[in-house]
Ligand binder design. Structure first.
Ligand code: ADP
Ligand code: ADP
Length: 234
């Protein structure tokens, strides 16, 4: 589903700052059905990799194929269509604070041009799926961290994505809430057949739900493979 080949990303030198090599000759494959963990300390290059995956930035060199299409040759319009099929969730949720739970989930459906009836049905279905239908008229500020992330997940699923990208999605949550959100992500992967790629600085997150892992250090992948192999004691 995703092929990353020899990808390097450099940020050019600015005044008094040296050039940064955020990613160096990365090779990575994410297959349909994976829950793929990308783990590493701050500054390892995880967020840069995620921005390349959803086409927000372009690699300096190397290629990225998503569903057989090379991202670099897609037009802005084609990229926008592709991005509608990639759901994203974030550490700080990125919800619209002046809109209700229901309106937050409806938002990507409105952008995609769905009818009022389709939006109502899909929004209800999604909010029931994440266990938040009862809070449909609440505002994000009235919700706990875990509930906000459930709204984020429902919104990310709105347009039937083939891929869910998770950016430190549980890093702001307590351990118990983290477990329940990771469980929900796993169910989404298994029941809806959605491939998941997540970035995290916590090994425990990878251990809890991922089948594959790439461990990153200063722009390079230092370990790669099945979680049960990579984490196995020698
Ligand atoms: P992580 O997500 O693992 O913390 P990042 O991908 O954010 O790592 O950063 C990798 C490296 O690239 C860091 O040295 C960071 O400072 C640098 N970097 C990230 N984005 C930019 C940018 N837009 N301009 C310049 N340097 C950047
Ligand atoms: P948590 O439950 O994890 O503590 P917060 O409610 O503090 O999460 O929100 C996380 C992020 O959202 C923070 O970056 C915060 O600044 C922002 N945020 C929270 N409430 C609002 C609001 N009413 N309007 C705009 N941004 C907000």
């Amino acid at each position: 589903m995703i092929q990353i080949e020899q990808v390097t990303k450099r940020y050019p030198a600015k005044q008094r700052e040296r050039e940064v090599i955020a990613l160096q000759e990365i090779d990575l494959q994410i297959e349909k059905g994976d829950i793929f963990g990308i783990v590493g300390y701050s500054g390892a290059g995880k967020s840069t990799l995620l921005r390349l995956l959803n086409g927000l930035e372009k690699p300096t060199s190397g290629s990225i194929h998503v569903n057989g299409k090379k991202l670099a040759v897609l037009s802005d319009g084609e990229l926008r269509v592709l991005r509608q099929k990639i759901g994203m969730i974030f550490q700080h949720y990125h919800l619209l604070w002046s809109r209700t739970v229901r309106e937050n989930v409806a938002f990507p459906l409105e952008i995609a041009g769905k009818t009022k009836r389709e939006i109502e049905q899909r929004t209800e279905e999604l909010l029931r799926r994440v266990g938040l239908w009862e809070r449909k008229d609440a505002y994000p500020s009235e919700l706990s961290g875990g509930q906000k992330q459930r709204v984020g997940i429902a919104r990310a699923l709105a347009n039937d994505p083939f891929l869910l990208l998770c950016d430190e999605a549980t890093s702001a949550l307590d351990p118990e809430t983290t477990t329940s959100i990771l469980q929900l992500i796993k169910e989404i992967n298994q029941e809806m057949g959605i491939t998941v790629a997540l970035i995290t600085h916590e090994m425990s997150v990878v251990d809890a739900i991922c089948n594959k892992v790439a461990v990153m250090e200063t722009g390079s992948i230092v370990e790669l493979g099945e979680v049960k192999q990579v984490f196995r004691e020698p």
